[in-house]
Design a protein around this ligand. Structure first.
Ligand code: 4NP
Length: 157
């Protein structure tokens, strides 16, 4: 399965989602079944590593971010089976790029996989303090866990 996580800048939330998801796949010995990547709807940080604050917050949880930022393109719809966005702005921007209705149906929201939290989107931590990054990682750990459980059920990995 090919999975793409998308946020605005592809330097905070989506590269963290990619790394958290991959980390959980490794723990569950499921990495061989997935190709996982991330991208942004805004290309202004293309080529950059993830934000230092996100990299250091993730590394305290044993999670390493190596992704370099890139902008999503409509050709990503050919490669990816599922495109998971962080907020409603990302949802609108990514759906706008979808070449077909079928492609649009590949887009879903990360917060839909939150069971314990009341959040309806993954909040942008870029202009926040350290707590913002911890909150995002908590939400991503929870949603990635649910997403993997759901995919295991649907595809019997
Ligand atoms: P992200 O956070 O979408 O989670 O990567 C942001 C990163 C950069 C900017 C905004 C949000 N920016 O405006 O440059």
């Amino acid at each position: 399965m090919n999975l793409l996580f998308v946020c605005l800048g592809n330097i905070c939330r989506s590269p963290a989602a990619e790394a958290v998801f991959k980390h959980k796949l490794e723990e569950k010995k499921l990495s061989q079944y997935f190709f996982v990547d991330s991208a942004g709807t805004y290309g202004g940080h293309s080529g950059e590593l993830a934000d230092n604050r996100m990299r250091s917050a993730a590394s305290k949880r044993g999670i390493t971010l190596t992704h370099r930022s890139r902008k999503i393109t409509s050709s990503d719809f050919e490669k990816f089976d599922l495109i998971v966005v962080m907020d409603d702005y990302n949802y609108d921007d990514v759906c706008y790029l979808a070449p077909t209705i079928e492609d649009k149906n590949k887009v879903c929201k990360m917060a839909d996989f939150l069971k314990k939290s009341d959040f309806t989107y993954i909040p942008d931590p870029y202009y926040e303090g350290a707590e913002g990054f911890e909150l995002v990682l908590n939400l991503l750990e929870e949603s990635c866990e649910t997403l993997i459980e759901q995919l295991i059920k649907e595809h019997s990995f």
